[in-house]
Design a protein around this ligand. Structure first.
Ligand code: FAD
Ligand code: MG
Length: 350
């Protein structure tokens, strides 16, 4: 794994979230286990489970993440790499079962987002150099190469799926599941825990998480990081089965000639989406929350509301590059702002 520079940041975030929740951990028998996966720290917290079951469950979840890490890895050789090679041929092929359900779900969410969440833009992500752990500072890619890839319009709807057979009608499609696989993987981990009879758990991958069941007497409190300075911009209490995901311009970026370029690409322009600094989404399942956080980041202050509606999202906080906060009334009701934003804009209900 090549994620060292990210780890400290993720670790600090995990720590801040634990501090917010320390009141709960005193009340419930808590078992926690942390390991590396998907280029970040993954933390599993289990409540009210005996030590033996907890150990078995945490080992099973770690093994599951190891498997997912190897089959869905964006740039190391594996199932996804083979799928990308075969998609480029335009011919039908049998898709590995480890990848197909992910693609079906990603295609559906991509269409709902009007292709703002677009995992078919792997070639653009690679051109920008964000297909690797860290991108060294240097000039952005040539404008004509960006234009060429945007004009080829790779989309998830270019994929034909029949049973287990798969093909792409557009040779420009290269899959990059970085905006989605973490959420999908967290859902699978939660399913696994439930199958093992565990009802109270949190699976947290670098600050993006899903919580199920109870967390002691008080609700589980999560800190939302301020995209502009160290610290927590807001705290929110999660319900019995909810996921919270944030996409931010601070996660992966490089600088050239005094300008910062980050990793969330607007598929319509081929350049990093310019208006948002971070978007936080709360939703039941983690896969939808992950895809939506990326889509709404691209949609920006102008279009986040219609995109959230189209994706069935009920709670959104968007912070723009000027430090203004945008949210829907239901989000406003449950969020505790810790650092007041520049301005707060409350939208129509979602
Ligand atoms: P998100 O907003 O959720 O996603 C942004 C990412 O999605 C971008 O980095 C890009 O890859 C892609 N993308 C950009 N624009 C769009 C768009 N408009 N629509 C759809 N997708 C878009 N990182 C490491 O540093 N080291 C590792 O070893 C490592 N291993 C990984 C293994 C797996 C299996 C996966 C899935 C990812 C791995 N990563 C690794 C990447 C890392 O986990 C995250 O995917 C990455 O940091 C971005 O996630 P995010 O939640 O910050 O942002
Ligand atoms: Mg995402």
């Amino acid at each position: 794994m090549h994620a060292r520079p990210h780890l400290l940041r993720h670790w600090l975030l995990l720590v801040s979230m634990l501090l917010l929740s320390s009141a709960c951990s005193r009340e419930a028998p808590l078992h926690q286990h942390t390991f590396l996966g998907f280029g970040t720290l993954i933390e599993v917290s289990l409540y009210g489970t005996d030590a033996t079951t907890a150990q078995r469950a945490m080992a099973a979840v770690e093994a599951e993440f190891e498997l997912m890490h190897s089959v869905w890895h964006p740039w190391q050789p594996g199932s996804l790499g083979r799928v990308n090679t075969l998609l480029a041929t335009g011919e039908w092929f049998s898709s590995p079962s480890s990848v197909l359900p992910l693609l079906v779900r990603a295609r559906q969410l991509s269409q709902q987002s009007n292709h703002l969440f677009n995992p078919a833009i792997g070639k653009l992500v690679r051109l920008w150099g964000f297909d690797q752990g860290e991108r060294a500072d240097g000039p952005p890619p040539p404008a004509d190469e960006i234009r060429r890839l945007v004009a080829a319009m790779p989309r998830m709807s270019d994929l034909d799926i029949e049973g287990i057979r798969l093909r792409s009608r557009n040779p420009a499609v290269t899959l990059d599941l970085g905006a989605f696989a973490k959420g999908y993987g967290i859902d699978l981990a939660i399913d696994l825990l439930r199958e093992m009879g565990i009802d109270n758990a949190i699976v947290n991958a670098g600050g993006d998480l899903r919580a199920i069941g109870r967390h002691g007497e008080r609700p589980w409190r999560i800190g939302i990081r301020n995209p502009h300075k160290p610290g927590v911009v807001a705290a929110v209490e999660l319900g019995a089965d909810e996921s919270i995901f944030t996409s931010g311009d601070y996660e992966r970026n490089f600088t050239h000639a005094g300008r910062r370029y980050h990793h969330i690409i607007d598929p319509r322009t081929g350049y990093p989406a310019s208006a948002s600094a971070s978007v936080t989404v709360i939703h039941t399942d983690a896969a939808t929350a992950d895809a939506a956080a990326t889509a709404l980041f691209v949609a920006g202050p102008e279009r986040w509301h219609e995109t959230a509606r189209a994706m069935g999202i009920k709670y959104v906080l968007l912070i723009d590059t000027e430090g203004n906060a945008y949210m829907n009334p239901a989000m406003q009701q449950r969020i505790h702002l810790e650092q007041p934003p520049q301005n707060i804009f409350i939208s129509e209900p979602l």
